[in-house]
Design a protein around this ligand. Structure first.
Ligand SMILES: Cc1ncc(COP(=O)(O)O)c(C=O)c1O
Length: 391
């Protein structure tokens, strides 16, 4: 008897096989912007299709089809759409479901550009947004209005690692005729499966764990087929598509996703424990630690693990943080996350520089907060590096 569904690593390596029409094990890169059409009829047919594979590269390409197949499989989604960045995914997922007069319930803490989109861009197009404390389900409930169309979440949050009750948020949206969309970048699909928790759409910055090697900027929208097709229409109009080479790089990164995530989880847990026990550290934010106020909720909705992201505050506040991040040698000082290398960042000055002080305060990002994307180096070396930087 065969198992109903193959294991994750097998699917990551084989799910797109039938879409490779060559005998090359590593699929060819279709580095072309357009295709020779076999007849006027074929041209008319492809021109009217949603996301044809071989017509015009802004509409899609064999490389995006392959990576979308693997991403849909990974999310347990009906369909997936690859985009040119995580923000492209978030923008098309939201814009394709909203119009003037609609209302969105979102969180007070989101990725920096998402905050700008929610607080500044959407209101200019007549969409109202209420941002709530993501740790309090009752605030989501109170924020719902008759015209709420989208409940938008992100859990754990970047960079404060707060946990949102995702099942609750999805059920609340549906009970009021809205749809639920979540940014799953920080958690990763290996650890957390929002579609199984009731979500209609999941978005990611695939620049992070999905690509995994800090060499590609990409995004994904996955979920209900009708909503993914609608998102494609907006991607076709706005234009921030994933190009063939980038799609190929993302696919190559995905082949080892399960193995990488397992190690990210393991290394981050060890680093979190080390930091929690360090005398210079005031507080560690990592949902895998029993001291995290929402540890039980995280255990329930992140069955795969708690991810590779953590933040911490030093006893000396901003000055101590700045001193420490300038001294690491294994941990590279830089923005972004989810790659094989450990990255250390100062969110207030490096990531949220385009947000107002009020937005930072509302998002709970203090001047002394340090964020760590724990990579895949030997964990003893990461810890030794942090030890010397904190000494
Ligand atoms: C949680 C989260 N969502 C979205 C994005 C945006 O992704 P991209 O930079 O690929 O546009 C980021 C980027 O850091 C992120 O951390």
């Amino acid at each position: 008897m065969t198992r109903e569904r193959r294991g994750l690593q097998t699917r990551l390596i084989h799910a797109d096989e039938e879409l490779n029409d060559s005998s090359a094990i590593s699929p060819p890169i279709y580095q072309t912007s357009t295709y020779r059409l076999s007849s006027p009829e074929e041209g008319a047919r492809l021109g009217a299709e949603i996301a044809p594979a071989k017509f015009y590269t802004r509409y899609g390409s064999p490389n995006t089809k392959q990576v979308e197949r693997v991403l849909a499989d990974l999310e347990g989604a009906e369909a997936a759409l690859a985009t040119g960045s995580g923000m492209a995914a978030i923008t098309v997922a939201l814009m394709s479901n909203l119009q003037a007069g609609d209302h969105v319930v979102a969180q007070r803490t989101h990725y920096t550009a998402t905050i700008t989109l929610l607080a500044e861009v959407l209101p200019r197009y007549g969409v109202e947004v209420t941002q709530v404390d993501q740790r309090r389900p009752e605030e989501f409930e109170r924020a719902i209005r008759h015209n709420t169309r989208v409940v938008y979440t992100e859990s754990p949050t970047n960079p404060t690692l707060d946990v949102t009750d995702l099942r609750f948020a999805a059920e609340l949206a549906h009970a009021h005729g809205a749809i639920a969309i979540t940014d799953n970048t920080f958690a990763s699909s290996y650890n957390q499966q929002p579609i199984a928790l009731g979500y209609d759409l999941v978005v990611h910055s695939a620049t992070k764990y999905l690509g995994g090697h800090s060499d590609v900027t990409a995004g994904v929208v996955a979920g209900r087929r009708d909503l993914v097709e609608r998102a494609w229409e907006y991607l076709r109009v706005y234009g921030p598509v994933l190009h063939p080479f980038e799609a190929w790089l993302l696919l190559r990164g995905l082949r080892t996703y399960g193995l990488r995530m397992r190690e990210h989880n393991r290394n981050a847990m060890e680093v979190a424990r080390f930091l929690e026990g360090h005398p210079a550290v005031e507080r560690v934010y990592y949902p895998g630690l029993p001291s995290h106020p929402q540890h039980e909720l995280a255990r329930r909705q992140m069955p795969g693990g708690f991810g590779g992201m953590l933040s911490f505050e030093l006893k000396g506040g901003y000055d101590a943080a700045y001193r420490a991040i300038g001294r690491t040698r294994v941990c590279a000082l830089g923005v972004s996350l989810g790659g094989v290398e450990t990255l250390i960042t100062h969110p207030a000055s490096m990531v949220y520089a385009h947000n107002s002080e009020a937005e930072l305060r509302a998002a709970g990002i203090s001047p002394g907060l340090v964020r760590l994307s724990v990579g895949l180096e030997d964990v003893e070396d990461i810890i030794e590096d942090l030890e010397q930087a904190l000494s």
